[in-house]
Design a protein around this ligand. Structure first.
Ligand code: DON
Length: 592
């Protein structure tokens, strides 16, 4: 009995010691974990930040082989089309903003275009339920028409003419220094041999299975009988062959020959409306970026057909006069000022922005200081204006209208900021038979009927109505910032309508709240887009007290899982490159 008791005491004593050790060591253990999670990715020479570890590695390898930021960007874009099929693409489009080490800036628009057989009312139904392609409505008919809420989002009619391959060829021809073939090799291999899925990717493929089956009558690599599991290998043989044709024939490997034939065959099968003429005529365009200033920083961002640059500059100019640092991060006053500015900016977006090749976008006026001062003059940090009392600014027209982002800075000091998209996750869900790539559902970014919300709740009118050959309005905001004439930050994100506001807040986080790049990315975000009149906040982004105060001045608050998925690079005060990649996704920054 005595022996038993002594044993027991010994066991209790051992447990006691263990518990004491855990209590004493826990703070160090948890700190270490947090430190690792938020560990700064620093480099003296070059940096890549993208949505997947493999695409970031592909970019870094190209830089190590002597390529510049443009070579790396092209290789990353093609790698993402394999390892990040939600948004990486050759069947979609996007925008490049760049800054050369000489200080020269520019942008390339490789946004998709509406097919020539598209028309303004193509997603509207009449009462007999027949779709109205090529049917011009009399104005007074319009209100009677019903919007088919699926046709612009899922299936063959949802796609615009892809711009990615033309864009990458143009980017490489102007700035690349490595051979084109070298930039395609990694993605060809990844598609042919396969790569291992992350947990997020296997979950995402499992949850999209039904939609994939609905629009694809053939077998596609994204669907298998059993559920996908973490580390399963995804092989995309047909995509590998298509990438190989692009490697050998550049633009012609996609817009003509075998790939084009397969694409048009797919369209015919699914009652889509692409023609060879659409493919022949697709051309990406060099455009002047939008330039604005915020607290002595030069903001360089994408102009129309993206709304991103104009909206970002409007927001930054609007917030400049408020001392948000003294208000505090995500405090009542800071959030309300942001939301008030955002409502007014998104009202302008809905009316004044569209494809400048089809609609006279009053760019200079929209970012003019006097116009903005007048537009924002009634904002009171402690008062919420109901959205129905906010209207777009009045402009006199006498002037010539699941996404992913990656940022690259090379050892020469060149910077490339690219946001690229299929629109929704996996775009239209249509995989081109025999060619293995997903088609976008970018047609939903048009205003399919005046005032009718798209999948991000954004509304629009004439400026963004569907017209053959026109580009749909975007929110993508690839951005580069200079400080004292030097490169300072490269940033961007996916997130539909929240792209603009996420980029806006990330800039404020660095410049006003003096956060590191990673902290600025990690920081919780909020979003208001005028219509609907709702303040979206990320979970745990505001205190209960602030929440109550916001509600008391009239905000309707909607809590969302995540906002933004940033990939950014900062040149910090030690002149080091600091990566910031979003832990809301699988994003990774790598430097060398
Ligand atoms: O161009 C646009 O604004 C949209 N197509 C972007 C879509 C997007 O960011 C989806 N990702 N979450």
């Amino acid at each position: 009995m005595k022996i038993l008791n002594r044993n027991r005491i010994h066991i209790y004593y051992k447990y006691f010691l263990k518990i004491v050790a855990i209590i004493l060591l826990f703070p160090f253990y948890s700190c270490e974990k947090i430190k690792n999670k938020n560990k700064k990715v620093l480099s003296d020479s070059a940096m890549v930040s993208s949505a997947h570890s493999i695409s970031s590695k592909v970019g870094i390898d190209i830089l190590k082989q002597g390529g510049n930021a443009f070579d790396a960007a092209v290789a990353i874009q093609f790698a993402l089309s394999v390892v990040y099929p939600n948004a990486g693409n050759i069947g979609g489009g996007g925008f490049v903003v760049y800054r050369l080490n000489s200080g020269e800036i520019g942008s390339l628009d490789f946004r998709e275009k509406a097919p020539f057989l598209s028309s303004k009312n193509m997603y509207l139904y009449n009462k007999n339920d027949s779709i109205l392609i090529n049917y011009e409505l009399k104005n007074n008919d319009l209100n009677e028409m019903i919007v088919d809420v699926n046709k612009s989002k899922i299936g063959h009619l949802a796609s615009g003419i892809p711009g990615t391959v033309d864009g990458m060829v143009k980017l490489h021809e102007k700035f690349g220094i490595l051979d084109w073939e070298k930039l395609l090799n990694p993605s060809i291999k990844l598609a042919r041999d396969g790569y291992q899925l992350t947990t997020a990717q296997s979950n995402s493929l499992n949850s999209t299975k039904d939609l994939f089956l609905k629009v694809n009558k053939k077998s596609i690599p994204f669907v298998k009988n059993n559920r996908w599991k973490t580390n399963d290998t995804l092989v995309q043989s047909n995509l590998s062959l298509t990438l190989n044709r692009i490697k050998n024939q550049k633009r012609d490997g996609f817009y003509s020959g075998i790939t084009a034939k397969l694409l048009l065959k797919e369209m015919n099968k699914g009652k889509g409306i692409f023609t060879q003429g659409d493919l022949d005529k697709y051309s990406s365009i060099w455009r002047k970026p939008i330039v604005g200033y915020y607290k002595n920083h030069k903001i360089i961002s994408m102009g129309p057909p993206s709304s991103g640059g104009i909206a970002l500059v409007q927001l930054l100019k609007g917030i400049e006069k408020y001392n948000i640092k003294s208000y505090g991060f995500n405090s009542l006053k800071t959030i309300n000022v942001m939301a008030e500015l955002e409502s007014r900016v998104y009202a302008d977006r809905a009316t004044h922005l569209g494809d400048p090749d089809f609609y006279k976008v009053p760019v200079e006026k929209l970012i003019n200081s006097n116009y903005l001062e007048n537009k924002f003059k009634n904002i009171n940090p402690l008062k919420k204006t109901p959205s129905n009392e906010i209207k777009e600014g009045s402009i006199t027209y006498n002037e010539s209208n699941e996404t992913t982002h990656f940022s690259v800075v090379d050892k020469f000091g060149n910077a490339v900021s690219i946001t690229t998209t299929l629109n929704g996750s996996y775009g239209s869900k249509v995989v081109v038979g025999g060619a293995g790539f997903l088609l976008n559902n970018e047609m939903d970014d048009f205003s399919v009927k005046p005032g009718f919300p798209n999948m991000f709740g954004l509304i629009g009118g004439k400026a963004n109505s569907i017209e053959p050959g026109k580009r749909m309005l975007s929110s993508m905001t690839p951005t580069i910032i200079e400080k004292n004439n030097n490169l300072f930050m490269v940033l961007g994100t996916p997130g539909g309508s929240t792209i603009i506001t996420s980029v806006f807040q990330t800039i404020l986080n660095v410049i006003d709240y003096e956060m590191t790049m990673q902290e600025a990315v990690d920081a919780k975000k909020i979003h208001h887009q005028w219509v609907p009149d709702i303040l979206y906040v990320e979970k745990n982004s505001i205190s209960n007290e602030t929440k109550k105060q916001l509600i008391s001045i009239g905000h309707k608050i909607n809590e969302r899982g995540t906002i933004g998925r940033m990939d950014c690079i900062l040149i910090n005060s030690d002149n080091k490159l600091e990566g910031g990649s979003d832990k809301r996704g699988d994003n990774i920054a790598i430097g060398y």
